[in-house]
Design a binder for this molecule. Structure first.
Ligand code: GUN
Length: 300
């Protein structure tokens, strides 16, 4: 029997409605949440993501400012741009779209963001706060989106064995931190598998909740999933498709047709985790705008 389809699009819509109320409340207190999105280079997938972020921000009355720079931008110029955004009172959240071109050191750039405006939670200060279990730390959008999607579908990770495939700083690592934390959506037992893991199927088959965040089409097939498991697909991959208008279509890491037959519930790609990432970006922006009202100096 086919498993339930977990729709991120539907949950994101509910969250958008909640955010609209928070934005209206902030506006009545004289603050319009402002998000700056910085894009460097010509990565076509990044351009699409950035456009989607801007569109969603506009639909929620969040001010969004997109700054685009050419591939060969000098890292020092980028640092200057970030310094300007750090001191711009109308900007509450700063997002540097990743990946950056190879000549730019991502770690240096991310460290230039004022931690109070770090809407992605990628600054070392915020990564540290999250690791220390601070529940008020701004957490990366995709991991919080995954947890919100589970919780709002009545799937609480507490006490369950969650296997995460992928150890990136954007998804795998912060997701493990959140899932193991003493917090809502936490208290899980977590295994992180990655490219050096031996016998991946024997690990993934032990998962009550299996989360793949690698970026490889068909990585997870039916032989790797325990019947009844919850399967969350974070991967977004372009595969050639002559029938599609752009010559490609989007698929996740999971062989959907096959795995959906045995999973208890599964997210589609597109329409699963993607919309949740954007919804959480908006939520983080509003959270930072709210906090800007309270910030009185030292708070780390
Ligand atoms: N590239 C892929 N995912 C993300 C994300 O969540 N934030 C940023 N800044 N870049 C990304």
């Amino acid at each position: 029997m086919a498993g339930k389809i977990i729709s991120g699009t539907e949950v994101a819509e509910v969250i958008h409605t909640e955010i609209k109320k928070e934005v209206a409340d902030l506006k009545s207190r004289g603050i319009t949440p402002g998000l700056a999105v910085v894009l460097v280079g010509e990565d076509s997938a990044s351009k699409v993501y950035v456009a989607m972020k801007e569109k969603t921000a506009n639909s929620l009355s969040i001010t969004s400012k997109q700054l685009s720079f050419p591939e060969d931008t000098d890292p020092k110029e980028l640092e200057g741009v970030i310094a300007g955004l750090n001191s711009d009172p109308e900007i509450h959240g700063i997002l540097i779209q990743l990946p950056l071109p190879r000549h730019i050191d991502e770690r240096v750039v991310l460290s230039c963001i004022d931690p109070h405006k770090d809407v992605d939670g990628f600054h070392p200060m915020n990564v540290g706060s999250l690791s220390l279990g601070r529940t008020d730390a701004v957490a990366p959008c995709t991991p919080v989106g995954v947890i919100e999607l589970l919780m709002r579908n009545g799937i609480d990770p507490e006490g369950k064995h969650v296997v995460i495939v992928g150890r990136s700083n954007i998804v795998g690592r912060p997701l493990a931190t959140l899932l193991t934390g003493r917090r809502r959506g936490g208290n899980a037992t977590v295994t992180i598998a990655h490219s050096r893991s031996k016998d991946l199927p024997s690990i993934t088959k032990r998962a009550d909740i299996l989360i793949s965040a690698v970026g490889r089409a068909n990585l997870i097939d039916g032989t790797m999933v325990k019947p009844g498991a919850i399967v969350i697909d974070v991967g977004v991959n372009r595969v050639p498709d002559d029938l599609a208008p752009n010559g490609y279509r989007l698929v996740g890491d999971v062989a959907f047709e096959e795995v959906s037959e045995l999973a208890g519930a599964i997210t589609p790609v597109p329409g699963g985790v993607g919309p949740m990432t954007i919804a959480m970006l908006m939520k983080n922006t509003v959270q930072l705008a709210n906090r800007s009202l309270e910030y009185k100096g030292q708070d780390y």
